[in-house]
Design a protein around this ligand. Structure first.
Ligand code: DX5
Ligand code: ZN
Length: 215
C-alpha cells in the first residue's frame, strides 16, 4: 500500500496545532518527525519538548527520524514520548544493533536510514533486523532540497534485496518528494514517501497528499 508521511519540519510552528489537524484530516498515513542535533547534520530542528504537542494533537502515528549522533543514548526517550517508529542513521553508529534492540524492547517499530553517499551494501545486512529502511533522496539536514535522481536505482536495488529474501521490510524515501515525482518513486519500489515542503508549502496540503498517494 502506498503511504505518505508529511514532514512536520516544514510546518508553521507558530500554528503547530492547526497544521497537525490539517494532516489529521488528510489521507496521510504517518506524521514524519525530523530531529536534528547540529552535530550529525549542520542544522538543529527540535527535540523532546515538541514531541508532546505532536503526540497530543496528531491522530497519525509519529514516524521519528533521528539525525543525531549516539542514537542509542536517546532512542528509548523517543519511544516513551509516543513514537510509532524510531529510525536513526547507520552511519551515525559503529554498530546499529544495540539501538535497534532498545527500540524493539519498547515495542516500537525500528527503522534504519542512510544518506545518499552511503553504499547500500552497508545497509543490506540489517534489512531483516528492522521494520523499515529509509533511503535519503537528499542529504539529511534541510527541507526543500531537490530529489537526487540516482535514488531511483537505489530503491530498485533495495526492493530486490528485500523481496528476494521474502522480507516484509518497508522502504521509505525522504527528501525532495512532490506531486510530480511521487509516482515514479513509488513505481521504483518505495512503500512510504516523506514530503515536507510539497505538503506544507502547498495551497491545499490535503490535495497534495491525495495526488502523491493516488498518482
Ligand atoms: C531532511 C529531512 C526530510 C525533510 C523533507 O533532512 O529528513 O524529512 O523534512 O523535506 P522536503 O520534502 O521539503 O525535501
Ligand atoms: Zn526525515
Amino acid at each position: 500500500m502506498k503511504q505518505i508521511a508529511p514532514s512536520v519540519l516544514s510546518a508553521d510552528f507558530g500554528n503547530l496545532k492547526d497544521e497537525i489537524e490539517r494532516i489529521n484530516n488528510s489521507e496521510a498515513d504517518l506524521l514524519h518527525v525530523d530531529v536534528m542535533d547540529g552535530v550529525f547534520v549542520p542544522n538543529i530542528s527540535f527535540g523532546f519538548p515538541l514531541m508532546k504537542p505532536m503526540k497530543k494533537y496528531s491522530t497519525k502515528p509519529l514516524d521519528v527520524h533521528l539525525m543525531i549522533v549516539h542514537p542509542e543514548k536517546y532512542v528509548e526517550r523517543f519511544c516513551d514520548a509516543g513514537a510509532w517508529s524510531v529510525g536513526f542513521h547507520l552511519e551515525a553508529t559503529d554498530d546499529p544493533m544495540p539501538a535497534i534492540q532498545l527500540i524493539r524492547n519498547k515495542g516500537v517499530r525500528t527503522c534504519l536510514t542512510i544518506n545518499p553517499d552511503i553504499a547500500l551494501e552497508r545497509l543490506i545486512p540489517y534489512i531483516g533486523e528492522v521494520d523499515m529502511i529509509l533511503l535519503m533522496s537528499v542529504f539529511a539536514g534541510f527541507g526543500g532540497q531537490s530529489f537526487i535522481p540516482e535514488t531511483l536505482d537505489r530503491i530498485r536495488t533495495m526492493r530486490q534485496a528485500i523481496d528476494s529474501r521474502r522480507l516484509k521490510t518497508l522502504i521509505e524515501v525522504d527528501g525532495g518528494i512532490n506531486t510530480k515525482n511521487a509516482g515514479e518513486v513509488f513505481a521504483a519500489g518505495a512503500d512510504v514517501l516523506v514530503a515536507g515542503s510539497a505538503v506544507f508549502g502547498a495551497k491545499n496540503p490535503q490535495e497534495a497528499i491525495h495526488k502523491m498517494k493516488n498518482g
